[in-house]
Design a protein around this ligand. Structure first.
Ligand SMILES: Cc1cc2nc3c(=O)[nH]c(=O)nc-3n(C[C@H](O)[C@H](O)[C@H](O)COP(=O)(O)OP(=O)(O)OC[C@H]3O[C@@H](n4cnc5c(N)ncnc54)[C@H](O)[C@@H]3O)c2cc1C
Length: 348
């Protein structure tokens, strides 16, 4: 277990933002993870668990406690059952399942960060989300001081949400288990219109597994959604806002505002009679186009949903831009945007 004091956190995040940690611990085994969590909890020390730092906005003041970096490794395939240690690099694990000819997470190619974080916000993209394939999550429960195995239902997955996000200071994910599918070299059914169009197939058809993986990587790269240290458009936390899910009443009000501006907004059915619309569309139509901003933090030149550090930004610069966009969308459409990345020591 590696320990550093007053350790810079910015290099551990994809935004390259945030002040130092009072103490940074890097754990390479589950036992080290548990020991570090127990020690912090016993000392009454604030604890921040991090994986790849790709969904974090850390304040300029840093973190006044222990930051535990999960660097465990483990990729185990047994037939179509996959178990990943929390510290495994997600995108590499996805590529390995495709090499093994197994479908289920191929459309989640190129998403940065660790396997252990994927159940936290129910990572999703291009018509897949981990809620569909996760069978069990093994976690350390800080409330009971023991290890628990939570089945898929107990994880309470919903759009970019889960039990782990609902109870942020309770569970430290150690292992994630998935049920994949041997579809004879084919992908799971295509559920995303852009992917269907790319392959010239109808939705719900299957395409080649490797082709699916590689196509998603190419589509993502075109939007600056695959990490590239040389490209400031990827110095982001991915999508900064979740797609708003509107109640029937909210949606009716929104439609009226959009119609008044002669606009037709994207709309997708969501659970409980709700409608999901597009945060990227709202941002664009509220007047914040690609590349918006003149300071050290701007919108990506490739995607309106990614707020980026052009190299010299502070967290406050990024948050000022985020607030301007959130307030602008509210003023234009009456819709409240909510941040997707986890805020540490700061609020929007
Ligand atoms: C360019 C880019 C593109 C992205 N595209 C997508 C996308 O398409 N879809 C999507 O859903 N997300 C996307 N993201 C967001 C991000 O990659 C995912 O949320 C990812 O799962 C975060 O993993 P991480 O290890 O970096 O988590 P971190 O940023 O380190 O942590 C995020 C949160 O998870 C918690 N956490 C991390 N590990 C554990 C653990 N083992 N146990 C308990 N809690 C833990 C942290 O405490 C924190 O609250 C993107 C990000 C970037 C930068």
């Amino acid at each position: 277990m590696l320990e550093e004091l007053d350790a810079p956190l910015a290099p551990l995040t994809t935004l390259r933002l945030g002040g130092p940690a009072r103490r940074l611990v890097t754990a390479h085994t589950d036992d080290e993870v548990i020991a570090a969590v127990r020690a912090a909890d016993a000392a009454g020390e604030p604890l921040l668990v991090i994986g790849g730092g790709s969904n974090l906005v850390i304040g300029d003041a840093g973190f006044p406690g222990t930051v535990l970096r999960i660097a465990t490794t483990g990729f185990a395939l047994d037939g179509t059952a996959l178990e990943l240690a929390a510290g495994e690099v997600w995108a590499e694990a996805v590529a390995r399942t495709v090499d093994a000819g197994l479908a289920g997470i191929e459309f989640l190619a190129g998403i940065p960060g660790s396997a252990g974080a994927t159940p936290v916000q129910n990572v999703g993209a291009y018509g897949q989300e981990v809620a569909r394939t996760v069978t069990e999550v093994v976690a350390y429960d800080r409330r009971t001081g023991g290890t628990v195995t939570l089945g898929n239902e107990a994880c309470a997955f919903s759009y970019r949400h889960s039990r782990f996000k609902a109870e942020p200071d309770r569970y430290v994910v150690l292992r994630v288990r998935f049920a994949l599918e041997d579809a004879a070299g084919r992908s799971t059914p295509v559920r995303y219109a852009e992917v269907a169009k790319h392959f010239g197939v109808a939705q719900d058809e299957r395409v080649g597994l490797r082709e699916a993986h590689d196509a998603v990587l190419a589509l993502r790269a075109g939007k600056g959604m695959v990490l590239d240290p040389a490209d400031h458009d990827t110095w982001s936390a991915g999508s900064f806002f979740t797609n708003p899910v509107l109640s029937a009443e909210q949606y009716a009000a929104f439609l009226a505002v959009a119609a008044g501006r002669e606009l037709t907004a994207p709309a997708y059915p969501a659970p409980d009679g709700c409608t999901k619309t597009s945060a990227a569309w709202l941002i664009d139509k509220a007047g914040f186009g690609k590349g918006y901003g003149s300071g050290p933090a701007t919108l990506s030149t490739k995607h309106t949903l990614a707020l980026t550090n052009r190299g010299a930004a502070s967290t406050e610069d990024l948050l000022a831009l985020a607030r301007e966009i959130r307030d602008g969308v509210r003023a234009a459409f009456g819709v409240e945007l909510v941040n997707e990345p986890v805020m540490v020591g700061v609020t929007l």
